[in-house]
Design a protein around this ligand. Structure first.
Ligand code: OAD
Length: 252
């Protein structure tokens, strides 16, 4: 197995800057769930390589063909339900025992952080397991058998997955809380995100510019890589346990 010491120079992690009271942010994207078998968006076999995002993840797409949109989300939801959190999700739980002041800020809608036992999770783009009214925003419980058909809220609005679509705002309380956590953090792990979708992609930039140490984990370079203090070009499930061992052994 490749060791972390082959992937990066461990001297570059300034361990003396951190202790168990350090504020730590785990910022994640679709890549952290890739090793659970869940498709990413912008990789060569990702969703947006096969489908037009405006047809499946926009208000216009939903108005034009709601059943197609509902079916696509139902297929994804079912795949996610069969998947399990992987070593990277589980390692965040270990890290959170080491760093009690830590939060998870995720762009993922799959709920795998929660299933792995992570805590203080901010879901910037919603959660695919929830539904809401497209008009009044009321949260709506749907039986599985109803998830592929058009359902109406009491107000008459269509029922949709509680995920953020292109052109929509992120939940205000969540994005504000995320930026506050980032503004006070000492250390950020930016894991498995292409760092292309804003405002989420601003978070590692913000962390870096306010003086936090930022470790990016991604097998591919991203627009953020040149700003990161360390960019580890490895799969998250491989490198996160090794990083944890390093911090566990060296942290005061
Ligand atoms: P992307 O699909 O844009 O990027 C996934 C990233 O994960 C890529 O940079 C891959 O190189 C990397 N990756 C793949 N396998 C990995 C692994 N095993 N370990 C670590 N990294 C790996 O996904 P996001 O950045 O999350 O929006 O995309 C942001 C948003 O765009 C998503 O939340 C989604 C999408 O449209 C909504 O659903 C609202």
């Amino acid at each position: 197995m490749a060791s972390i010491f082959n992937a990066m120079n461990k001297q570059l992690i300034p361990m003396e800057r951190f202790n168990r009271d350090s504020q730590v942010v785990f910022f994640t994207g679709a890549g952290i769930s890739a090793e659970s078998g869940i498709s990413t968006f912008r990789d060569p076999d990702g969703h947006w390589s096969k489908h037009d995002p405006m047809k499946l993840a926009s208000q216009t797409g939903f108005q034009e063909n709601p059943v197609m949109v509902l079916n696509w989300y139902a297929d994804r939801r079912e795949a996610i339900q069969k998947a399990k959190p992987n070593a990277a999700h589980r390692t965040i739980s270990n890290f959170q025992k080491l760093f009690s002041n830590s939060v998870v800020i995720t762009q993922n809608v799959d709920g795998l952080h929660e299933r792995a036992g992570n805590r203080s999770i901010y879901e910037l783009h919603g959660n695919i397991h929830r539904h809401k009214c497209n008009s009044c925003g009321t949260m709506i419980e749907l039986a599985k058998r109803k998830m592929r058909i058009i359902n109406r809220c009491a107000c008459g609005g269509g029922v949709r997955p509680d995920v953020v679509w292109f052109g929509e705002s992120l939940p205000l309380g969540t994005i504000n809380a995320a930026f506050e956590a980032v503004q006070r953090c000492d250390l950020m792990f930016s894991i498995g995100t292409s760092a292309q979708v804003y405002p989420a992609a601003q978070l590692p930039v913000e962390a870096q510019s306010q003086g936090a140490f930022v470790i990016e984990i991604n097998p591919e370079p991203t627009p953020f890589s040149h700003l990161a203090d360390i960019s580890v070009r490895q799969e998250a499930g491989l490198i996160m346990p090794q990083l944890y061992e390093e911090f566990h052994a060296q942290l005061k």
